[in-house]
Design a protein around this ligand. Sequence first.
Ligand code: VGL
Ligand code: ZN
Length: 198
Amino acid sequence: MKKALIIIDLQNDFTRDGGLEVPEGNEIIPEVNRLQEEFDIIIATQDWHPPNHGSFASNHPGKKAFDVDELNGLEQVLWPDHCIQGSRGAEFHPELKTEKIQAIIRKGMDPGIDSYSGFFDNGHRKSTGLSGFLKGLEIENLFFCGLAADYCVYYSIKDALSEGFHCTLFLNGTRPISSDNFDKIKEELKEKGVQLIN
Ligand code: VGL
Ligand code: ZN
């Protein structure tokens, strides 16, 4: 069975001093680089927002970061500005090895909807094409790492399961924004048949 490594959003804004820093986010980089040695097919995602993106608290007058609001009918956590297209914060972390990355899927480009998953936007209104791309390569097993464990990694895995992929999450290769949240997510993913390994 063919396998691929999916590296989620390992970008400057999710690491130390970034716009939406994930605690200990930097610690996974050597591990993700090491994991890449075990894979022939490696895909990465990039959160890639326009400055007027509707997930930014700065675009909701009177609201602040981490408030919950609504965006075109969907509940939306409001984030600090992050991963603005073409900015340094949106670049992959400079210590991430990128030579073997075969395809980069950018997401979150529509200002009217957020896109945590690498497969679909949060309303499942549009596909990114990632599922078809992987199926075209006859890949059945996906191995996930990257940031943040409780948002983009989690939603990517849920969509991958619904697309019929067998999924594994490298716990050493991911970190959450909220560890309480991630404890619940780990239980849910285990029940859904995801392998959690170190
Ligand atoms: C992410 C919040 C907002 C992530 C992206 O990559 O997990 N989280 N945008
Ligand atoms: Zn984002």
